[in-house]
Design a protein around this ligand. Structure first.
Ligand code: AMP
Length: 550
């Protein structure tokens, strides 16, 4: 895949490269801008009918037989050479994505019709899959980065540099364009207010002693179970981004307002947002905070269940701070924020004593929090990487894994008999960063209410696919395969070795979760690629072995 992409990139001009990159990702702009091409099936059918001159009824009939409008349109269009350019295709999809107001649907249908009229049957086959969200090329960020490196220097040696630039702006089109314009600009790539930075992630260890052994004297902070927000402030303009790099500004108007009053100057700040009950002052579970995702009712939520934004890092204050050690960033953060009702700075202690760390941990568990995050005082901000700069320690119960696992649903086993309208068990997979594939690790059949099992069936049926997706590696064959899209959190008793799962599989044995149960609803804040990774499962397995023998 890398070689195919690299030869495509060699043919691209500086004018076209960003457009090509966005379209490879199935979109027309970096995902955080929230510009979506989506068009309903009915409208795409209408465009196919208009472009081919075949009646809508006939198009629908053909569609029912083949199940793919791509095949339908390539069968119906007259054979001819296509005349489209990258810009024409891109501009048409940009128009489809951004047109608003009266007559929107007509404009969309017309734009797609024009494109199809000017394309060859083969081109049309792929073009209609774009607004339907069914192109699914499977070229992940890592492959695009590899291919950009191969195109530029002939091998993958530029990968780290390109990846760094991408982690600092989350805009692959911009990175590619910069690379085509001036290679040195990639080396000197800096952060930009308004472009989200890929969040740093935490490693895990299983005891306070191990934490002190690993990083020595450190800051230890309360771990709040909320919604991670990266806040960008430039003058009075404030934007909020989720951990998935989605724009969330509409969700928390009180943070936007408070940022103007409580944060000094231009800034990029990170923290955890958590709802509380105005009448009791109690923190509410994550599921509650995420309800704000619905566009309606946000104002009432602000009244009844306001949020606190516990900031814990600062990446920019007019200057790029990401290379500075944490102790300095944290100090700048504390000086830049005047704490108030909505924006606070996370609680912390500084210690090198395991006993003191344990006491702080217990206190936080006692308050109903998840655990603690210990931070290496000397570490820079590790954008997009899971490093020992941050180490989490979570509460655990006897006979339970010390941390929960985020799995992507790749299919389900159907409920039987009276449960025919429900899922029986979900096939859960973790992410293998090296091969960019999902490897199964568990069949999750408990922890769900009947209502949830019904809803899951409906949701999963909408994204079902006929065969195992290309980027899924499995031995178990579920009744229904789904496109990897939804992430859930599960807890389990332990990690075992099993012949049925593909996670970390060597010599016919992979890793599997013993007694997995769902402990969250669909994690709207996580993308499939944000699932727990194969590498982490192996580390957790080793930690568990270690705990058993010590
Ligand atoms: P996890 O999602 O279990 O890997 O834990 C890491 C997450 O904990 C981060 O992504 C944050 O959303 C959250 N978190 C809560 N409190 C803190 C804190 N004080 N410092 C860093 N991360 C925190």
């Amino acid at each position: 895949m890398t070689d195919i992409l690299a030869s495509l990139f060699k043919e691209c001009t500086v004018e076209d490269i960003d457009k090509v990159v966005y379209m490879l990702q199935g979109t027309v702009a970096p995902p955080f801008k929230g510009i979506e091409i989506g068009m309903g099936e009915k409208f795409v059918q209408q465009a196919v009918s208009n472009a081919s001159g075949v009646s809508k009824e006939e198009v629908v009939k053909e569609y029912k037989t083949s199940g793919d409008l791509g095949i339908v349109v390539s069968d119906l269009l007259p054979k001819k050479e296509g005349t489209l350019t990258v810009s024409q295709v891109y501009d048409a999809f940009m128009k489809i994505a951004t047109v608003s107001g009266k007559g929107t649907q007509e404009v969309k249908i017309k734009s797609l019709t024009e494109l199809l009229k000017n394309s060859s049957p083969k081109e049309a086959r792929y073009l209609v899959r774009i607004p339907l969200g069914k192109l699914r090329l499977g070229a992940g960020d890592a492959t695009i980065i590899d291919a950009l490196s191969v195109r530029t220097v002939g091998d993958k040696s530029m990968k780290a540099e390109i990846e760094r630039a991408y982690n600092l702006c989350c805009d692959m089109g911009l990175v590619a364009k910069t690379l085509y314009t001036d290679r040195k600009a990639i080396t000197n790539f800096g952060i930009k207010v308004g472009n989200p930075i890929k969040p740093a992630l935490a490693e895990r260890l299983s005891s306070v002693e191990e934490i002190i052994d690993k990083i020595g004297e450190c800051y230890v902070e309360a771990k709040y179970d909320g919604f991670r927000i990266q806040l960008h402030k430039e003058g009075d303009k404030v934007e909020l981004f989720s951990r998935r790099i989605e724009r969330m500004t509409h969700m928390f108007p009180e943070i936007v307002q408070a940022a103007r009053e409580q944060i000094k100057g231009d800034a990029i700040v990170e923290g955890e947002t958590i709802s509380y009950d105005e009448s009791t002052g109690e923190f509410l579970p994550f599921q509650f905070t995420i309800r704000r995702k619905r566009k309606h009712g946000v104002e009432e939520m602000v009244e009844q269940y306001p949020v606190v934004y516990f900031t814990f890092d600062m990446l920019y204050n007019g200057q790029d701070l990401t290379k500075k050690p944490y102790i300095e960033r944290r100090s700048i953060l504390e000086q830049s924020i005047s704490e108030g009702e909505t924006i606070k700075v996370s609680e912390k202690i500084k210690t090198k004593d395991p006993e003191e760390l344990k006491l702080f941990f217990d206190e936080n568990i006692g308050r109903g929090l998840e655990g603690i995050v210990a931070k290496d005082l000397n570490a820079p901000y590790t954008a997009g990487a899971r490093k020992f700069a941050w180490i989490k320690l979570k509460r655990s119960y006897k006979g339970e894994l010390a941390d929960t696992i985020d799995v992507t649903i790749v299919g389900y086993l159907a409920g039987r008999g009276a449960r025919a309208k429900m899922v029986g068990a979900l096939l859960g997979a973790v992410y293998d960063e090296e091969s960019e594939t999902f490897k199964t690790v568990a069949k999750v059949g408990s922890g769900m209410t009947e209502e949830q099992m019904k809803t899951l069936k409906q949701m999963l049926d909408e994204i079902r696919v006929e065969n195992k997706p290309k980027n899924v590696d499995a031995i178990i064959v579920p009744d229904v395969w789904t496109h990897p899209q939804y992430v859930i959190t599960v807890s389990a008793d332990e990690i075992t070795l099993s012949p049925s799962h593909t996670c970390g599989r060597v010599d016919e044995l992979g890793y599997a979760l013993r007694f997995p149960r769902m402990v969250s609803w669909i994690r709207e804040d996580k993308k499939p690629e944000d699932s727990t990774t194969v590498k982490e499962i192996i580390e957790m397995y080793d930690m568990q072995k270690h705990a058993k023998t010590s």
